[in-house]
Design a protein around this ligand. Structure first.
Ligand code: ADP
Length: 265
């Protein structure tokens, strides 16, 4: 089955139409070799973005628990110098954050020009988990789709490029990953009381993601559905997407002032 990663805006997205186990026919070895090539190139492109210091990129990572957000960040961090990278994790909002509009903390976390931000969860929690756990009334979360689109457009027009990735795993794969966490003393800490309760609401999360992805898949900030049952394929897709985005931006070193050549004694 062929599988587009990026869908034209305006089309309804149903996650059930995407195979989380898709690997475009690649095996692990070939995928890892290609990922390494993308990461090598990423380092150079990120450095150019940093030197140019006129634009920024934000990679948004969303997905159900255990979908691999942390692992994806590790791969990007393996390819990009820390000075060019800004990783931000969005947890349940603090009392201060809740006393502002839902985008306040997100706007504050937008990286400066020259930097690649990686969002481990994001403002999409405010139309997904908030909806599923009924933390705000329906008319509030429904109004947020338009607010998110306007916010992303504002940032886009200011020189920010979003790479929005939904890490798509199957319910069976999540079961295996949760089981591993339950058994492995080095991973047990990752399990919170909400994780198993959220699994009971798998269908509600899927519905909330279908709607969020459909409503906020815009030309200026499209969504990508990343097949993520195979970690090595997920890594490849995200590394490739970020590389392609930076190549499209084609950041340039600032013009060199050649008069400096005469000033070194
Ligand atoms: P993670 O699962 O990302 O590794 P945690 O175990 O600390 O990290 O979980 C963070 C929790 O915060 C998740 O359950 C997530 O749904 C929740 N969260 C994030 N943003 C919001 C929000 N805006 N409103 C409510 N809950 C949120």
């Amino acid at each position: 089955m062929d599988q587009p990663l990026t869908l034209p805006p305006g089309r309804d997205i149903r996650l059930a139409d995407f195979d989380p186990g898709f690997t475009e026919g690649l095996d692990r070895e070939a995928a890892e070799a290609e990922t390494r090539r993308h990461c090598d190139k990423l380092d150079e492109l990120a450095y150019r973005l940093f030197a140019e210091a006129k634009r920024a990129v934000v990679v948004v990572l969303q997905g159900i628990d255990t979908s691999g957000k942390d692992g994806t960040i590790r791969i990007l961090a393996s390819g990009i110098s820390p000075q060019c990278l800004d990783v931000k994790s969005f947890k349940a909002p603090s009392a201060l954050e809740l006393s502002h509009d839902f985008l306040w903390r997100v706007h504050a976390a937008i990286p400066p020009h020259g930097t690649i931000g990686v969002f481990n969860r994001s403002h999409y929690e405010d139309v997904v988990v908030v909806r599923v756990r009924k933390l705000v009334p329906k008319d509030v979360w429904q109004g947020r789709y338009g607010q998110i689109n306007a916010f992303e457009k504002l940032l886009h027009d200011g020189g920010l490029t979003f790479v929005k990735c939904f890490l798509h795993i199957s319910k069976q794969e999540q079961r295996e990953r949760l089981e591993e966490r339950l058994k492995d003393p080095k991973k047990q800490w990752k399990l919170g009381p909400d994780d198993l309760a959220d699994r009971q609401r798998w269908d509600d999360f899927t519905q909330a993601y279908d709607d969020a992805l459909s409503e906020c898949n815009t030309a200026h900030a499209p969504w990508h559905v990343v097949p993520a049952d195979k970690k090595w394929y997920r890594n490849l897709v995200v590394a490739r997407l970020v590389r392609q985005t930076l190549e499209r931006l084609d950041p340039q070193f600032p013009k060199f002032d050649s008069s400096l050549l005469t000033k070194l004694d």
